[in-house]
Design a binder for this molecule. Structure first.
Ligand code: NAD
Ligand code: DAU
Length: 351
């Protein structure tokens, strides 16, 4: 791993990953390609922007010409694709942008990797690649669909996505699989559960609820609030991705999760309690259409085969995260002063 192309590195998980990689080292250059959509935020990276190993490029993963030029200019040998439309609720109102970025964008990156890394790109029968190259697709547990009370997602669980978001991520995963099986592209797919931690855009449950509770606004809990998510600190997710880059076996899928199943209502009440606010702020609103009831990740493969384990307990991670949002009000205010209020109005007005 010499020159890494990180896509979507100005978003929540991508920016945490950029921080982690610059801390860890072990490469020459990290290129962060990000289109700076509503979710991309260069403030997330202001502390490292002058690091000589780091270069930011504003651009789109669907721009084949730009991607090709980056591969040549920076001699990219590793790709970590975080770039995506990532919010389930937005995928319900605008599915096409999810197909476009998540599926077409992934295919564009895969093509660039194949064309630049194959020893003889003109020979369709050859599966010979330059040594040490790797494409890593950051996917999600949502591709497996929803669980009932029992069971966990394993890497062998059939794909059964329920939202336009998860369907687009599952489609992208299938493209990665196809590029591995047809063209021999060295790649991995990681499928992680829900992340929490610093720099998450406040459309997502935890920062949204912290923000509303702090402002004394109502907390919109979908349906009965008994949906279960399996929470993992974002730094643990990023460390798992670094582990897969280092030790992952080509063509393999790795589930990532920390065995932290919590009902949404539990998280919301915990936030209220930490902020010293009353539960009267909770408002049960209309449920999300197609809302997955429960996710749970079986992390046996990555823990036993690659030796990764989460470092955070949920209790310390969530306490630290709540404090982070409380002490980064300026970061939040900048987001709130943009299009966020319009989004919020549109999203919650009929709920
Ligand atoms: P995010 O929405 O915070 O960030 C996405 C980033 O991608 C933004 O910086 C955005 O500007 C950029 N982007 C969007 N479209 C782009 C395009 N066409 N070209 C270039 N850049 C583009 O998302 P996140 O929560 O950080 O998620 C990152 C990845 O991890 C996604 O692929 C998501 O599916 C996956 N994932 C997220 C979670 C989670 O809990 N958030 C869990 C598992 C997997
Ligand atoms: O499981 C991994 C996925 O986790 C990622 O692939 C997605 O990119 C990421 O957005 C996240 O998806 P969720 O839909 O689980 O996350 P979200 O924060 O939107 O919602 C978490 C739960 O909280 C979910 O059951 C819906 C509920 N919720 C969410 C919001 C925004 C509410 O009850 N009220 C809300 O206002």
């Amino acid at each position: 791993m010499k020159n890494i192309l990180v896509t979507g590195g100005a978003g929540f998980i991508g920016s945490n990953f950029v921080h982690l990689m610059l801390e860890r080292g072990g490469f020459e250059r990290l290129i962060n390609l990000d289109a700076l959509t509503y979710a991309g935020n260069l403030d997330n990276l202001s502390d490292i922007e002058n690091d000589p190993r780091y270069t930011f490029v504003k651009g789109d993963i669907r721009d084949a010409e730009l991607i090709a030029s980056l591969f040549v200019q920076y001699e990219i040998d590793t790709v970590v694709n975080f770039a995506a439309e990532s919010h389930v609720d937005r995928s319900i109102t605008d599915p096409l942008s999810f197909v476009s970025t998540n599926v077409v964008g992934t295919q564009t990156l895969l093509d660039a990797a194949k064309n630049h890394w194959k020893v003889d790109p003109t020979d369709k029968y050859s599966n010979q690649y330059k040594p040490g190259v790797k494409y890593l697709q950051v996917s999600t547990d949502e591709v497996y669909g929803a669980l009932g009370r029992e069971g966990m997602f394993r890497e062998t669980t059939p794909l059964s996505p329920n939202s336009p978001y998860s369907a687009s991520k599952a489609s992208a995963d299938l493209m990665v699989r196809a590029y591995h099986n047809t063209f021999g592209l060295p790649c991995n797919i990681t499928r992680c559960s829900n992340n929490y931690g610093p720099y998450q855009f406040p459309e997502k449950l935890i920062p949204l609820m912290i923000n509303n509770a702090k402002a004394g606004k109502s907390l919109p809990v979908y349906g009965d609030g008994m949906q279960i998510r399996d929470w993992l600190h974002v730094k643990d997710h990023c460390a798992a991705i670094a582990t897969v880059l280092e030790k992952g076996v080509d063509g393999e899928i790795y589930n990532i999760g920390g065995n932290n199943e919590k009902a949404n209502i539990y998280i919301v009440k915990l936030i209220l309690e930490t902020l010293g606010k009353g539960e009267e702020l909770i408002t049960h609103v209309k449920d999300r259409p197609g809302h997955d009831r429960r996710y749970a990740i079986d992390n046996t493969k990555i823990t036993t085969q690659l030796g990764w384990a989460p470092a955070y307990t949920f209790e310390e991670g969530i306490a630290e995260t709540i404090q982070w949002y409380l002490s980064h009000q300026e970061w939040m205010d900048k987001i709130l002063s943009g299009d966020y209020q319009n989004y919020y109005e549109r999203m919650y007005k009929n709920a």
